[in-house]
Design a protein around this ligand. Structure first.
Ligand code: SAH
Ligand code: SF4
Length: 395
């Protein structure tokens, strides 16, 4: 087994459409059930030799155990014949991503560094608030899009996460929060944002299949209204995102002029601001009750002037967008080419938008003590492992 088959080098800064790579099968040859649709489970059981009627019944039972009860061990599935449990265990698995490191911040933010079965690290963050708990889920290992302020974009290798690795993040969070069986009331994990590592619309099929399971009423049961997908602006996939997934949309705008957006979000050279905002205006399901979120990272002396704020208001009005704006203080990382705008500048910027009648909250940084920002846990862990290695060598 070679992990290299699932890795894709970053072909270039502007046009890095990832080529789908074949999946690396599990080393033990068993098939993963998490991430398959109900029908997919049935088909897998049939392919393994069960009769169609039995496969259908077992698929329904397995679905319930996997997604409603959070069970990972076939021997705990009491309505499946004792003799069949080892038969299933030999052929199938119900896995979670591996945990390399789990941290809890003083403000309650939790962060995990996770590992795929073929050895690639990615991240997940849980942010508890008074009235909700938001899980920030990754869609890829790394990202091909090289946004200049984003640390994930500097990672050399990229691999799409499989549906089971995406759903698996939500299930792992439920394990950690003790939220099995799935229940509609009193959950800590109430919201999901596809804002971890990667560009979800460059891994569309896997993200869609995973979110379908997350939204399934007999599955994990999270409403599409509580799920937000963030894209840096993959215009040709936005309509399908609204039609086929139907979740809330967040768009990483970050700049209002071609010159600046070309610099900080290189994908802009392919899909420009006008095209992007038109796709937002056409986004299926967006309306005043379900607004599109524009994310705007505050970079000192780059995109943060009063003039930029006024232009942002003009664009939102011009395209008649049901919009809210999220102002994100830039989270610096070693070697980053930008600094964060001053708090005064961020407030002034926010006020201009707010006075135009558009909501423009400043996102408070969470989990600063555990580096709970994009791409940062992975780097911290790598640094630590390197320093441990150095220490070992020195010793
Ligand atoms: N690729 C998608 C989703 C993942 S990034 C996208 O770009 O939208 C999630 C959000 O974190 C994006 O808005 C991104 O711009 C922002 N982000 C990335 N690096 C950041 C940093 N260093 N400081 C603050 N926000 C950052
Ligand atoms: Fe990729 Fe999003 Fe980071 Fe850009 S901001 S490099 S699209 S993860």
């Amino acid at each position: 087994m070679s992990a290299d088959t699932t890795l894709m080098p970053i072909p270039g800064p502007i046009d890095p459409v990832p080529v789908p790579r074949p999946t690396t099968p599990r080393a033990d040859g068993r098939q993963e059930l998490v991430g398959l649709s109900k029908d997919g489970i049935r088909a897998a059981l049939e392919a393994a030799g069960l009769e169609p009627r039995q496969a259908k019944l077992r698929a329904k039972q397995l679905w319930h155990w996997i997604y409603n009860r959070g069970v990972t061990d076939f021997s705990l599935m009491t309505d499946i014949a004792k003799a069949q449990q080892p038969w299933l265990a030999e052929r199938f698995t119900i896995a979670r991503p591996g945990v390399v490191e789990a941290q809890v911040s003083t403000d309650g933010t939790r962060k995990w560094l996770l590992k795929t079965h073929d050895g690639h690290d990615f991240e997940m963050v849980f942010i508890p608030d008074a009235d909700r708990g938001t899980l920030c889920v990754s869609s890829q290992v790394g990202c091909t899009l090289n946004c200049r302020f984003c640390h994930t974009g500097t990672m050399r290798l990229v691999r799409n996460l499989e549906p089971h690795e995406i759903v698996g993040q939500v299930m792992l969070a439920r394990d950690a929060l003790g939220e099995w069986p799935s229940q509609p009331e009193g959950r800590m994990l109430t919201n999901i944002v596809m804002m971890g590592m990667g560009e979800p619309l460059y891994n569309f099929d896997n993200v869609r299949d995973a979110l379908k399971i997350v939204m399934d009423g007999d599955g994990l049961g999270l409403s599409k209204r509580r799920i937000t997908l963030s894209t840096s602006g993959v215009v040709p996939m936005m309509e399908r995102c609204g039609d086929e997934i139907g979740v809330n949309l967040a768009v990483s705008l970050h700049a209002v002029t071609k010159e600046i957006r070309d610099e900080i979000v290189p994908l802009n050279r392919k899909y420009g601001i006008e095209e992007l905002l038109q796709a937002c205006a056409d986004y299926p399901g967006a309306n005043n009750a379900r607004r599109i979120t524009f994310e705007y990272v505050m970079l000192k002396d780059k995109n943060d002037s009063d003039e930029h704020a006024r232009e942002l208001v003009r664009l939102i009005r011009h395209y008649r967008l049901p919009a809210k704006v999220n102002l994100i203080p830039f989270n610096p990382w070693p070697g980053a080419p930008y600094e964060c705008s001053t708090p005064e500048r961020i407030r002034a910027f926010s006020n201009i938008i707010f006075e135009a009648g558009i909501s423009a909250p400043v996102r408070t940084p969470r989990g600063r003590d555990i580096d709970a920002a994009c791409g940062q846990l992975k780097t911290a862990a790598e640094k630590k492992r390197r320093s441990e290695l150095d220490a070992e060598r020195a010793g």
